[in-house]
Design a binder for this molecule. Structure first.
Ligand code: ARG
Length: 597
């Protein structure tokens, strides 16, 4: 059965239609004034204005029609024509009961679903991930979980960065260190050894060295550029090395992502679409969209309407720069691999839509790519969405850096969060009988909840300040606070059971119980908002509000200690409903609570 807000909207829509008015007036939402009503509809003023009638009179005609709905106890007309709706205790009891027994904890599926590719993570082979990559991983993973849960057919792709200059730098660095490897023998077409000649330590050591050197040493930079060009042109030894680099990097990445419970369906990379590039370039040429420019091939994506007349002459205000399909060395870069990847996804997955969870600072790149894809007829631009996100800043307001001034690696971030979480836990009174192994596991879950929730609770597009101390606190709007709420619920139910007190039929009566049940009703709305706007913070808001409503209920009433057996059973049942919805909600955020804390 639909949630109460949706049922009441249905009743209200029917009431407006019966009055000869449009369905759109019928939206019912939870009341802003819970002391007056549970739900409200504010449309009578607007509808009356349009129909040129009196709003209070209109409201007075609508109210009795809504009151016929079995869930409704009372409808009041207030002020200029507000409809204030109070629902029955029975309706709220049934709702909580439904949440408790539903594996989806009351969350309805979306009515229209799509086949969607989510491009997120975007780690680069060998280059350390910075906090932006971590945001992409956490937000993207949550979007994948959410869309899938709502019924979309979702494929999450890591889209590894493995085609750019960094590969050339690594090839040169490995060659200088181990010049006798078979990959570097002229004329050697393989087969090459299956075991990589380097490990992750080597990559993390070699890449920063090579990158720094290339900035000072022109000859070194030229060698790296030449190596990328050769690799892209198909040099067998370099291709084999590329495979090793990818293999070694991906293994390390998987370990780091696992800490955050981030996973991907596909680990494709830029290099995987290499074979499609000639076709894509040809497509642009055939459509007359490609222009030769100093040995490079470019595609103009600026629009006429972006031209603004300045002093009588037409000039571009924000000229959208052209994209570079092929550079003057014959190489291909970020634009081209993204276009070829769109083609690859169309060919292999045929999705309705592609979402890109990437730093907002790449907005221009995606706008260029989307326009180009649209122009060439590869994919329609209105079904390509860039879900940009803000920067993670340090306390100084500038993009977050480590103390040494470098970018923060995911592995270091995880380690820092684990350390802080462990410190917190040792300060807190955990249940006495928790042993060291369970303690370690709790530490990992707290660290993950802290990092993920701190990131997801912000509106995606805003910046936030990195503050591990705040993130790991058990108080306030944090992941650990929510874990604590779940652990408390679990322990309460466990203890009650041990005392022979079992959950039973839910009967909502008191104000705190009503508030809690109404909060449960808001789950579907929160998920719909999060899905429509691609904004995970709506889920965070919901689980946090629910945990708070539970706290208020817990403070207002005895639960397991209630003397009346039916009331006790009902309150324990309500606890089960809350636990179920918190668990499902947190799971969508990639957060798992320990059994106890
Ligand atoms: N590897 C890129 C970077 O580090 C992110 C990739 C984003 N996805 C894409 N399809 N371009 O900036």
């Amino acid at each position: 059965m639909a949630n109460l807000a949706a049922q009441l909207t249905g009743a209200c829509v029917a009431a407006f239609e019966a009055e000869g008015l449009e369905a759109r007036w019928g939206a019912v939402k939870q009341s802003d004034r819970p002391e007056l009503a549970d739900f409200q509809c504010n449309a009578c003023m607007g509808a009356a204005k349009q129909a040129k009638t009196n709003p209070r009179e209109l409201a007075a005609r609508i109210a009795p029609r809504i009151a016929e709905h079995p869930a409704v106890a009372r409808v009041d007309v207030a002020g200029p024509g507000f409809l204030n709706i109070v629902v029955t205790d029975e309706a709220l009891s049934a709702l909580a009961e439904a949440v408790r027994s539903d594996p989806r904890a009351g969350a309805e599926r979306a009515s229209e679903t799509e086949k969607i590719v989510v491009d997120f993570g975007g780690p680069n082979v060998a280059k350390p991930m910075h906090v932006g990559h971590i945001r992409s991983a956490v937000i993207g993973d949550t979007i994948v979980r959410l869309l899938r849960f709502m019924g979309d057919d979702v494929t999450g792709d890591a889209h590894l960065g493995d085609w750019g200059l960094q590969m050339g730098l690594l090839i040169v660095a490995v060659k200088d260190e181990q010049p006798n490897l078979p990959y570097f023998e002229t004329g050697n077409d393989g087969p090459f050894p299956t075991d990589p000649p380097i490990d992750m330590e080597d990559l993390s050591r070699l890449y920063p060295m090579a990158s720094a050197r290339s900035k000072e040493d022109e000859a070194y930079m030229s060698r790296a550029q030449a190596a990328v060009a050769e690799m892209q042109a198909g040099h067998p030894g370099y291709r084999a090395l590329l495979k090793h680099f990818i293999q070694v990097s991906v293994a390390a990445l998987k370990t780091d992502y696992a800490f955050l419970d981030v996973s991907f369906d596909l680990w494709k990379g830029e290099s995987d679409v290499d074979a499609l590039i000639p076709d894509v370039v040809q497509l642009f040429k055939d459509k007359g969209l490609a222009v030769e420019d100093d040995g490079a091939v470019i595609v103009d994506v600026a629009r006429q309407d972006e031209n603004v007349p300045i002093e009588g002459k037409t000039q571009l205000k924000n000229p959208m720069p052209p994209i570079m399909l092929v550079n003057s060395r014959g190489g291909t870069g970020y634009h081209t691999t993204d276009l070829a990847t769109i083609k690859d996804r169309v060919d292999t997955i045929s999705p309705d839509r592609m979402l890109y969870v990437v730093d907002q600072r790449q907005a221009l790149h995606f706008e260029q790519v989307y326009r180009a894809a649209d122009k060439a007829g590869l994919f329609s631009a209105d079904r390509l969405e860039h879900l940009g996100f803000g920067t993670v800043n340090g306390k100084d307001g500038k993009p977050f850096k480590t103390r040494a001034g470098g970018t923060l690696r995911l592995s270091d971030l995880n380690a820092m969060a684990l350390e802080e979480a462990t410190r917190r836990i040792s300060e807190t009174n955990l249940s006495g009988d928790i042993g060291p192994e369970e303690k370690d596991e709790i530490g990992r879950l707290v660290a993950r909840a802290a990092l993920r929730f701190a990131d997801l609770q912000n509106q995606r597009t805003t910046n936030y300040v990195f503050d591990l101390e705040r993130f790991t606190s058990f108080e306030g709007k944090t992941g650990p606070y929510l874990l604590y709420a779940v652990a408390r619920l679990k322990s309460l139910l466990r203890t009650a059971k041990a005392d022979g007190h079992h959950p039973g039929a839910i009967q909502i009566e008191s104000a705190a119980e009503r508030k809690l049940a109404l909060t449960l009703d808001g789950f579907t709305l929160a998920l719909n908002l999060a899905r429509d706007k691609r904004m995970p913070h709506f889920i965070c808001e919901h689980v946090y509000t629910l945990a708070q409503a539970f706290s208020a209920f817990y403070g207002a009433h005895p639960i397991a200690k209630e003397a009346d057996p039916a009331l006790r059973a009902s309150r324990l049942g309500l606890c089960e409903a809350v636990l179920a919805q918190l668990t499902v909600g947190l799971n969508l955020l990639g957060i798992t609570a320990p059994e106890r804390m």
